[in-house]
Design a binder for this molecule. Sequence first.
Ligand SMILES: Nc1nc2c(ncn2[C@@H]2O[C@H](COP(=O)(O)OP(=O)(O)OP(=O)(O)O)[C@@H](O)[C@H]2O)c(=O)[nH]1
Ligand SMILES: [Mg+2]
Length: 202
Amino acid sequence: MIIRSSEFIISAVKQEQYPLGEEREIVFVGRSNVGKSSLINKLLGRRKLAHISSNPGKTQTINFYHINESFYFVDLPGYGYAKVAKELRNTWGPMIEEYFIKRPNLALVLMLVDIRHAPTKLDVAMAEWLQHIDRPFLVVATKADKISHGAQAKQASLIRKELGIHASSLILTSSETGYGMEGLWERMEQAMEVTGNPDQVD
Ligand SMILES: Nc1nc2c(ncn2[C@@H]2O[C@H](COP(=O)(O)OP(=O)(O)OP(=O)(O)O)[C@@H](O)[C@H]2O)c(=O)[nH]1
Ligand SMILES: [Mg+2]
């Protein structure tokens, strides 16, 4: 994918604020600090488009980024961070649920997990729920640069087993080195073709 343009559009907290139109969307979901915003920046070759922080809970709204004026990346707030204000935890569920259930534009969910850790209960629940609501999703293991090749293989098989997914549904990446970005773009392009987008020029 050649990125000609990438632009932040809106931070939404409810459906009425989502961009209008039928362009396809790739959504990034996962626990706080797993690397959602970093992955978005790496895929787009931008250093600071999505805000990154070593403090979990940085992204607190549904952020839409318009790519090549033809599709969107959607960065969701992370789940499972205890110190995030209670009010926010209470709104997270309904806000995210509304997006997943009511958004016809959704072409693919990228569910991120940190390759160094076994999936949490919340990760398992999220994967089960995505299967239940029948949304296409891929699991992206992040921060592969932090462990050896041998450890990557071992963790990959643990993640697949815990989340109950096929090997083809897991992609290993590093936003530090760029590892896995090409393969991930291929999968995103496929997903957007399958769901159809007559305006897509690439
Ligand atoms: N080494 C390494 N560090 C990473 C990688 N991806 C993210 N990080 C670091 O992990 C921390 C969290 O990254 P973010 O991209 O802000 O994570 P997030 O999932 O958007 O977090 P929230 O917005 O809080 O939900 C930052 O310190 C990043 O620099 C990676 O592939 N490798
Ligand atoms: Mg973020």
